[in-house]
Design a protein around this ligand. Structure first.
Ligand SMILES: Cc1ncc(COP(=O)(O)O)c(C=O)c1O
Length: 417
């Protein structure tokens, strides 16, 4: 049996972990090592789209594990080709090519590298490559050197200077700030259509459309980080389509919910032509440009295919919208002073808190205080910044499970006044 001491003695303390050891899960519920059950509205931070141990996902993993788990990307494997085809045909619905990674940060690194390739192919007037990717304040793109530098939060970068050069951070949803933002060195924009870790903020349609227009005007790449928001969570297969459906991005990154719990990420580049020779954007990442040992192996792709099929076949993105409406209506009816607002889209929701009403120990945050209180009452949720907690239930969550979570939230938050 693993103990808390094993963690403190042997696991790097990169997380401020809750003292809770989770051992088993089914659907929207998990239980800990002393048999206590929790309603899990964290879901591995928006990873377990189908809930814990969904039978279709378990069967896909078991069957593929018994057949072929891993081969090198030097060879073809059937699940990877099928996964890419289904993602392109049913989810992205724009001609393009996909590279499979193991995580969201790696997927974003792939987009950053692709943008730099584009900057070499389409340089500045002086012949030097363009390389600058503009991202946004409060964004979160990951923890690798590339994705950390892309992340517009000082606390994520602290102590890791010097940053990879070539990033600038603009205020999110600020159309005026886009004016004059583009320099000779700029090659693209990378943004989350719905910011998750940075407190749950939804891009406005006007903002996305202004960015799209700016990219067309200056020959820049428009790249969406859909790592947390994609694949049904925001009520559409792709989150940007829930906001500005007519936009056709140049690049997209995903991870988290696409695998339902297996470690898989991906980035996509458009097949649009980029010069008179007929070269496509995706073809810039040709042989030798990028690689991974594990990415897109048969095991994770066989699993992810079934996750995305289940989301599509059961129309779980519609359930995300249905539950969003129920959550919003119920929380609004409480009129609790401690709740400032509910932000987000579908089942990527943030509940804003009034920190002045929540007694919080020195060095902690209002969000953490509330998250701990909810956990004590049997509901697991993650924070998003100091004054927001998130609701990230599985996409197949039922009315009854939502009602149960809401009743815990109501009971717990009623104490703060
Ligand atoms: C929007 C977004 N991008 C990228 C990442 C990084 O993904 P990963 O932790 O899989 O590297 C995250 C993780 O929270 C995320 O929310």
């Amino acid at each position: 049996m693993s103990t808390t001491k094993d963690f403190t003695d042997h696991v790097m303390a990169t997380y401020g972990r809750f003292p809770l050891t989770l051992v088993e899960g089914k659907g929207a519920r998990v239980s800990d090592d002393v048999g206590r059950e929790y309603l899990d509205f964290c879901m591995g931070i928006a990873v377990c789209s189908l809930g814990h141990c969904h039978p279709r996902l378990v069967a896909a993993i078991q069957q593929q594990a018994a057949k072929l788990m891993h081969v090198s990307n030097l060879y073809l494997n059937e699940p990877q080709g099928l996964m890419a085809k289904e993602m392109n045909e049913f989810e992205v619905q724009i001609p393009g090519k996909i590279f499979f990674s193991n995580s969201g940060a790696e997927a974003n690194d792939g987009l950053i590298k692709s943008a730099r390739r584009y900057g070499h192919h389409k340089p500045q007037a002086n012949g030097k490559p363009r390389f600058e990717v503009i991202t946004f304040q409060q964004s979160f793109h990951g923890r690798t050197l590339g994705s950390m530098a892309a992340t517009g939060q000082a606390k994520i970068q602290q102590g890791f200077d010097p940053m990879l050069p070539g990033f600038r951070y603009l205020p999110y949803n600020d159309i005026a700030a886009l004016e004059n933002a583009v320099s000779d060195e700029t090659v693209g924009f990378l943004l989350e259509p719905v910011q998750g870790e940075g407190g749950v903020h939804v891009a406005t349609k006007a903002f996305l459309e202004a960015l799209d227009a700016l990219c067309k005007k200056h020959d820049l790449l428009l790249m969406f980080d859909e790592v947390q928001a994609g694949f049904g969570r925001c009520g559409q297969a792709m989150a940007w389509r829930a906001i500005a459906p007519d936009i056709k991005p140049d690049g997209i990154s995903w991870a988290k919910g696409m695998g339902g719990g297996v470690p898989i990420g991906a980035f996509w580049l458009s097949d649009r032509t980029i010069d008179d020779s007929g070269k496509t954007l995706a073809s810039l990442m040709g042989p030798g440009s990028h690689g991974t040992t594990y990415g897109g192996n048969p095991l994770v792709c066989a699993a992810a295919i079934e996750v995305l099929r289940e989301i599509r076949e059961k129309n779980l993105s519609a359930n995300a919208l249905h539950q969003e409406q129920r959550i919003r209506a119920e929380i609004a009816s409480w009129k609790l002073p401690v709740i400032t607002d509910v932000r987000g889209l579908g089942l990527l929701l943030g509940v804003g808190l009034r920190a002045d009403l929540i007694p919080t120990p020195e060095g902690s945050t209002a969000a953490l205080t509330v998250v701990k209180s909810l956990m004590a009452e049997g509901l697991i949720v993650p924070p998003a910044g100091p004054e927001t907690f998130r609701l990230l239930p599985p996409l197949n969550v039922t009315d009854a499970e939502i009602d149960e979570a809401l009743s815990i939230i109501h009971r717990t938050l009623s104490c703060f006044k």
